[in-house]
Design a protein around this ligand. Structure first.
Ligand code: GDP
Ligand code: MN
Length: 388
């Protein structure tokens, strides 16, 4: 799960990671209120969306007066911000963060994430922080320091020192930095994060280290342990169909560019199904795992969600009935078809528990369904239909 910068900074405050003074604002009036509280200009007006690259796209502005603040706040609120992370459709900005502007002496890149290859936690840092970090990473990867930490042993003082020296921090800042990164490590572990990124971590003219930006991604599998984080969820930032699917415990992911909706039980079978659709010369419009023990209600909602995607020109249902019995699936499909009305061709491949009963229910339903003999037959049939 992703959260906004202003929310990540609330967590930073809890861990005493220094951040600029400031507050979120959801309207121009609130933005003016926050600026008045801060008491002096310039202030920074920052678009809050679940994507980076805002600065380069015009989503971060320095306001030198009350007039400029009003102008930038009203321009940014409601704008569709297109950054290299949002995709071409962009994101509508609904929230702002208004902060004191700080004088920057140096911009550092700092992040902490899990590294699957080594099964360790890794800190990445670079002296060349700021808005061009992607270019630095691509062209001069040697300008990144990596420090690996065995999570069973935990973080030690020498890990922090290695980073501080690698970043050529002045002696005065080493202690400040070490304390900060060790609290960052605690935050990362306490909250089951998959990524915490600060870009830039700045050194101010007076020698203070401050996190100007803040990004935290949580491992969804750990969310059940952090009820306080659930409140940070922002449905405005998520695909509406994915939000809908999560309410029914369905694992649905929209795939841009494809036109074949598919409903499958089990993540492995779902991926294999997407592969055979590609092999048959078509492209999947979504990934949908209804789960091993899905009930008719879940099948019905899965079907409704697939069909509400206007890109879908045909649906492939591929179920291996184990715990999910084929007759139950068939009931779900028939119920969904009655309620939402199917306007696109549907191909079904079904095997396993109670398959004969399932087939009978579908055959007697009067619905226009194409039965497939096996998974490749199903893919070929749906691809042919979707191509018209
Ligand atoms: P991002 O582009 O989405 O990563 O947004 P950031 O929060 O990193 O802001 C982009 C850039 O705006 C930063 O790299 C800074 O150069 C600049 N910026 C943000 N806050 C301040 C500030 O308080 N003072 C100054 N001088 N620049 C700032
Ligand atoms: Mn940034």
């Amino acid at each position: 799960m992703k959260i906004h910068e202003y929310q990540a900074k609330e967590i930073f405050r809890k861990y005493e990671i220094p951040i600029p003074l400031g507050k979120a604002a959801f309207s121009v009036e609130q933005a003016e209120g926050v600026a008045a509280e801060l008491g002096s200009f310039p202030v920074v007006v920052k678009a809050q969306i679940h994507a980076g690259g805002r600065g380069k796209a015009g989503g971060v502005k320095l306001a030198r007066s009350a007039e400029e603040l009003r102008q930038y706040a009203s321009e940014i609120l409601g704008m569709t911000l297109k950054t290299h992370q949002t995709g071409p459709e962009g994101r509508v900005v609904k929230k702002l963060l208004i902060e004191e502007a700080l004088p920057i002496k140096k911009e550092i890149y700092l992040s902490i994430l899990t590294d699957r290859d080594t099964a360790k936690i890794v800190f990445m840092a670079s002296e060349a922080g700021g808005m061009d970090i992607e270019e630095v990473a691509a062209k001069t990867p040697d300008r990144f320091i990596k420090v690996y930490i065995n999570p069973l042993a935990g973080m030690k003082g020498y890990h922090a020192n290695e980073m501080a020296f690698g970043l050529s921090l002045p002696a005065d800042q080493v202690k400040q930095f070490s304390g900060m990164v060790s609290r960052l490590y605690d935050l990362f572990v306490d909250y089951d994060c998959s990524l915490v990124e600060i870009n830039p971590l700045i050194l101010t003219e007076e020698g203070r280290l401050v996190a100007l930006d803040a990004k935290i991604n949580f491992d969804d599998n750990g969310l059940c342990r952090h009820k306080d984080i659930a409140a940070y969820r922002d449905p405005d930032e998520e695909d509406p169909l994915e939000v809908d699917a999560s309410r029914f415990g369905l694992n649905y992911i929209k795939m841009p560019g494809g036109n074949i909706g598919n409903m499958v039980n089990g993540a492995g079978l779902a991926m294999a199904t997407m592969d055979v659709i590609e092999q048959a010369g078509a492209a999947p419009a979504n990934f949908l795992d209804v789960g091993g023990g899905a009930n008719s209600e879940q099948v019905e909602n899965g079907f409704r969600i697939i069909l509400s995607d206007p890109a879908v020109k045909g649906v492939l249902i591929n179920i291996f009935g184990g715990i999910l019995r084929c007759d139950r699936l068939a009931h779900g499909v028939v119920e969904a078809a009655k309620k939402v009305g199917i306007k696109v061709p549907v191909v079904i491949r079904m095997e396993g528990t109670n398959v004969e009963e399932g087939r009978k229910i579908l055959a007697e339903s009067g619905l226009n369904l194409t039965m497939a003999s096996d998974i490749s037959d199903a893919a070929v049939k749906i691809a042919a239909i979707a191509k018209g």
